[in-house]
Structure formats: C-alpha cells, structure tokens
Design a protein around this ligand. Sequence first.
Ligand code: ZN
Length: 254
Amino acid sequence: MGAALHLAHAHQQPVKKRRPKRTGGGNGGEFATIAHRIYQDDRADTQSRQLLLAAAYAITMAPLDEDTNVWRAICNAIGPSVADWNGLRSRIRHDLPCYLPPDHRWGSDRLNQRCRGPRVRMHPDGPDDFRNQMKVCGEKTHDKVVEKDPVTGWHTNHFFCARHRDHLHRVADQVAEQNAAAPPPVPNSGGLLPSYFDSDWLWMYRWATTQTWEPPEPYGLRADDWPVPGQDPVPQKARLRLVLGGGDLDAPTI
Ligand SMILES: [Zn+2]
C-alpha cells in the first residue's frame, strides 16, 4: 500500500513559514477512495462520519497555509457546529475508544430498569402491553445483576424489583463465576479516527478529555483491532497520516 499521509502534531510549530502548504485541489483520487470506505463503515454514526470525512478532506484536498493547519481545516469543513477548539474536542470525545454498557442511552433496552421477574397474571393494560407480551413483571426498579459475556466481557443487565428479590439473588449466584472469569469488555464505541488516520491519538484523546485518560487495555485505541465475535479481523489498510503540527490546539479560539 502507499505511504501513509501524516496528520501533524498540533502543538508543534511549523518549521517553515510564509509558504502555502497547499493551494487546494489536492489529491481527489485519494479522497474518493477513503470517502468510499468511510461511507461503507457501519460502525460510524452521522457525527463520526462527518468528522472522518472532514479529516480525509483536510488531509488530501483542503488548502492549507500558516493560518490554516490541518485541524483548522477539519473544523472549517465541518462548519459552524465546530466553531472553536471546544467544538473539536467534543467531536473527538465522541470518538473516544470505550465500552458503552447497554443502559448508557435511555430507551435502548425495553427492560432497562424494569423487573424481569415472571408474570403469572395478566396485566390490566391489555394483551399488547409489553409486560403481557414478554410475560415479565415489568415493575420499575434500579436493582440489577450484571451478567458479563465470557468472550467479549459485554454486559447484560437483569433487573428485579423488591418482590422478585429471590430471583435477583439466584441470578447473581448463577453468573458470579462467569463474571469473575470474563475479560475486560471489548470496546464498542469510538476508535474510528485511529482506524483511518495515523497520528498521536493518545495525545489527542487526552487533549479532548483529561491528561489521565487511559486507553481500553488490552484492546488499544483502534476500532479495527478490536475483536468482534463471529467476524474476521479488519484487514490492515493504509492510513492517512494526520500530523499534530502547524498550529496550537490549546489556543482558546480558532
Ligand atoms: Zn418484579
């Protein structure tokens, strides 16, 4: 594969000044190739896809000069929603490599904070009510047992109300050994920037969060490297290099 392009360190000063790095036009063929990959990538949501495309455009196509480093070009490509470095921080935080448990977003699980205890009598809300369809108690509760997948370490929540506390204890006993042996959860969110662009991503993710942020070990920063059960590993592809340079990312405004 071709040589990787480079996304420079934003905190390094440019070596040469007064000379435009690129006047525009750039490498349209390379942009088209990477844009195609990004559009096909179902790991990316709308916000991630927008950031990846902006980075690809900034590296391959955007006019760059001493006032417009590649990071500013990324912000410009995204538009007014990334009007300052905090906007860029927020976008990079969205790509933070991490594991999101099943209840991280409200409404993604019908039995989130609902008792899974068995239902013996029909609920008065009718046959279409989820409690009758799923034959579960459905009482609201915060008490849960977390079951960890033995291969991925991913969590499944089992909620039980006070009336079904015996079920909670029984399930907790059943999963105790399995949970103790489970690996740390494989990340299921973020890590796309390092999959497409070569850079000092640990530095960037810490810039976007805190200096003490740690990558998800032992899996690392790149979503391409994370095992997905039943799927072959993502083949290694050439990554465009995104240099952290030619500007000052710690500047309060762009
Ligand atoms: Zn219950």
